[in-house]
Ligand binder design. Structure first.
Ligand code: XLS
Ligand code: NI
Ligand code: NI
Length: 437
């Protein structure tokens, strides 16, 4: 196989003192943390859409980065040329997983039949590359937001035939994901929301979305696909309001439509920011509900109000993510999926390497720091003690379901006042965390 990037070899771990920009300083795949290798903890994944299809275009300007493997090609030829280039990059980075949308890997055809045939052609190539490299599919998904037929949404469209087309597309995407041994399947509601409530029957749209997801669950069962289903929350962009706006909204929707047993959440950092939450908050909400599935690792820019999908390099952020992940038993079906893109100005293929190396190192550090905080135990001890009043006396009795309003009123009438509150010690804890960074 001819190489596209002969000057870049397999990225190696060289340790924190290395000055080689094309080496890992912290991600050492085989190194054990809490008894498990870093690779097993982090389950890194590279995305096809940003890595292969992102060319730096934005609302104000066209592509800036035409990749050498893209040059002069269009349509199916372009799609075919990208597959080996993608796996070369993924392999050199030591990525164990990847993720894709149906229409990133293969182009839109004139008809559904043509799109399906093209997708089959590319699926065969992906399979070959998976076998050659050992890289696995973290999750597949269908792109239900670019084509004009999806302008009102897909499963929540006012046009019933758009719903039907989307169903056909997801059916095929599930088959392909299954064929490629995908460990999951993600639904991100790209346009499942509204631009104005004046034209929207919200209840009807939500009922349709519930029905659509049940159809997916049923079809997966039919074809024997056992991968984990995910919903990826995002509050807005492209629509003004998306139904899957945050982790809590998704959980409520899944419960209301009896879908919770079949779904977990795939949380994305920049989407959390857009929802007015921290990623730590979103992960806690999902974890507490037993629905922490996977994460789309990226970050926004606090000065920009949209989904900038930047590579995560902030150690506080990755430490928080890994603390929550470890608390809830770590990623099992999911992983740390870099739904991130290089900046418009970063036009060289080499920038793809700097970006992913930085993200992987940032998460490796986050993992090590989180493990150190857990081993130290002071943080957990503090939190435990903060709730000590629930471990005995009336607290334990309330938790055991033995109290009611009457009994509690009686107690407080007898005592006259509640026990004094203790300090929350936020600043003390912030300093404690900084000791580990
Ligand atoms: C867009 C989403 C998208 C999903 C997959 O904002 O992050 O890329 O991850 O459809
Ligand atoms: Ni995403
Ligand atoms: Ni996103």
């Amino acid at each position: 196989m001819s190489e596209h990037l002969p000057n870049i070899t397999r990225i190696a771990y060289e340790g924190p003192k290395s000055k080689n920009p094309l080496a890992f300083k912290h991600y050492n795949a085989g190194e054990l943390v809490e008894g498990k290798s870093m690779a097993e903890h982090l389950r890194f994944s590279i995305v096809y859409w940003h890595t292969m299809c992102g060319q730096g275009a934005d609302m104000f300007g066209g592509p800036t980065a035409i990749r050498p493997w893209d040059a002069g090609k269009t349509g199916l030829d372009l799609a075919k040329a990208r597959v080996p280039a993608f796996f070369e990059i993924a392999q050199k980075l030591g990525m164990p997983y990847y993720a894709f949308h149906d229409r990133d890997v293969a182009p839109h055809g004139q008809t559904l039949r043509e799109s399906n045939a093209w997708l089959d052609t590319i699926t065969a190539l992906l399979k070959e590359q998976q076998q050659r490299t050992g890289i696995k599919l973290l999750w597949g998904t269908a792109q239900l937001f670019v084509h004009p037929r999806y302008m009102h949404g897909a499963a929540t469209s006012c046009n019933a035939e758009t719903f039907a087309f989307a169903a056909a597309q997801v059916k095929k995407a599930l088959e392909v994901t299954h064929e490629l041994g995908g460990e999951g399947y993600t639904f991100w509601g790209g346009r499942e929301g509204y631009s104005t409530l004046w034209n929207t029957d919200m209840k009807r749209e939500l009922d349709h979305l519930g029905r659509f997801l049940h159809m997916a669950v049923n079809y997966a069962k039919e074809i024997g696909f056992k991968g984990q289903f995910y919903i990826e929350p995002k509050p807005k962009e492209p629509t003004k309001h998306q139904y899957d706006s945050d982790a809590a909204a998704c959980l409520n929707f899944l419960r209301e439509y009896d879908l919770l047993p079949h779904f977990k959440l795939n949380l994305e950092t920049n989407h959390a920011t857009l929802a007015g939450h921290s990623m730590q908050h979103e992960m806690e909400v999902a974890g507490a509900a037993g629905a922490l599935g996977s994460m789309d690792a990226n970050t926004g820019d606090l000065l920009l109000g949209w989904d900038t999908d930047q590579f995560p390099t902030d150690i506080y952020l990755t430490t928080q993510c890994m603390l929550v992940a470890l608390k809830y038993g770590g990623f099992t079906t999911g992983g740390v999926n870099f739904d991130s893109k290089v900046r418009r100005e970063s036009i060289d293929p080499e920038d793809l390497f700097h970006a992913h190396i930085g993200g992987m190192d940032a998460f490796a550090r986050g993992l090590k720091i989180a493990a150190a905080i857990r081993a130290d135990g002071r943080l957990a001890e503090f939190v435990k003690n903060r709730y000590a009043s629930w471990d005995s006396g009336v607290g334990a009795s309330i938790e055991a379901g033995k109290e009611n309003f009457r009994s509690l009123e009686k107690l407080m009438l007898e005592q006259g006042e509640a026990a004094a509150c203790q300090s929350g010690r936020q600043e003390f804890l912030e300093n404690l965390i900084n000791q580990f960074l």
